[in-house]
Design a protein around this ligand. Sequence first.
Ligand SMILES: Cc1cc2nc3c(=O)[nH]c(=O)nc-3n(C[C@H](O)[C@H](O)[C@H](O)COP(=O)(O)OP(=O)(O)OC[C@H]3O[C@@H](n4cnc5c(N)ncnc54)[C@H](O)[C@@H]3O)c2cc1C
Length: 395
Amino acid sequence: MYRLINYIFLFIILSSFKTKKKKYISPKSLLSGSKLERRKLLPPKLKKENIKLKISCYRPVRKTGPAMYVENRNNKVIAHNYGHGGGGWSLAPGAAKYVIDKLDLEIKARHLSKNEPIVVIGAGIIGLFSVYELIKKGYTNITIVAEDFSELPSNHAGGLWSPFHIGDISAMKDLVLQIGINSYKFFADIAKGKNDDFKFCAKFMPAYFKEKNRDLELFVGSVLKPAKQVLADFGNGNTKKMYVYDDIMIINTPLTITKLTNKLMNNSVKYVKKTLNSFQELEEKIIVNCSGYGSKKLCNDKNMVSVQGHLLVLKNQNPKSLNYLLTVPIEEGFINGYKVKRLFYIIPRHDPGTPESSIGVIGGTLIEGVEKDVINAEEFNKIIERAKKFYGIKK
Ligand SMILES: Cc1cc2nc3c(=O)[nH]c(=O)nc-3n(C[C@H](O)[C@H](O)[C@H](O)COP(=O)(O)OP(=O)(O)OC[C@H]3O[C@@H](n4cnc5c(N)ncnc54)[C@H](O)[C@@H]3O)c2cc1C
């Protein structure tokens, strides 16, 4: 009897071990993130024949955050809207509305008519959206004066909705947040098919990061849902744990510029190509200054700094597999005496009028203080190297 009880006891102990074994999760499988949702992020093709263009351009960063205010200077009203750094596209509609609302109040206070001549300096995205807002308010006598109308930073931007690298905004956080929310809603309406003026100019797309993104976290709860951790699967045996915001957008920047330009032309906006050295060169009393980095000289704004970026425009890709946005930091250092932050990002931008397979831009660099004529061409190859390393591409 005693022996039988011992056997039963032994059986219970052994079977409890068996059950425990079933529940056991190996540390290796935990590390590989097997419990996380798996997302396929197929890498772009990165051979020589997949690179269409190499572009270097600069972000107009204002160290203390964008200038968005109206001032009276020498009998002129000047509305400033410049210095949106690496987030100009993401902030443009909201910033334009904010500044033009303020200017409108000033014009009304002066009892001027809707036909009062207004000059907008700059034909970048900030200038174009500012004109769009003036037209919406009923102003009819608008001229754009610009040193250049193409090959601007606004023409080269990737098109990720992301108010990044816009200086130290701690003194104006609430304003930037409000403008960012308004801009997000503007593009989100387009993405939802609710804005016929800008059809197909924005699309929702998941954006992947190594960590939760500090700048995007500001918008969680208002327009963005919290990021979630997933397992990025690059389809080549490599995986990485990443955070994803599923409600970011890609802005079709060339299409938006085309639609804005058509709108401006239909409203008889005049265009003058000219480099201004002073506001006094203009006869008009009402000026909207959207000169980007040009404001360093034009306004003697010592807070303005150019932050260079490098982009590779891709071709001969599989358009179905490039359906995600991704940004990861890589390293910081110096190049030719300039401070540099190196990232890797991919934005599946497709320019209208090009083959479907001409999709994607990869970047990025942030080189502080470089003037226009310095290219730092070695950065282009470094971007490809970083991309290969990130995805785990052997050749
Ligand atoms: C590589 C790179 C990638 C980017 N990616 C993104 C992105 O994904 N998302 C995002 O939101 N933002 C992005 N940006 C940032 C964005 O491109 C800029 O913030 C935006 O284009 C700035 O627009 P802007 O109209 O102020 O300036 P600009 O496009 O530089 O236009 C300035 C205008 O002012 C004119 N001008 C200047 N000085 C004078 C003068 N003295 N007289 C007359 N005219 C003058 C110029 O000729 C030009 O017409 C990126 C920037 C770079 C460099």
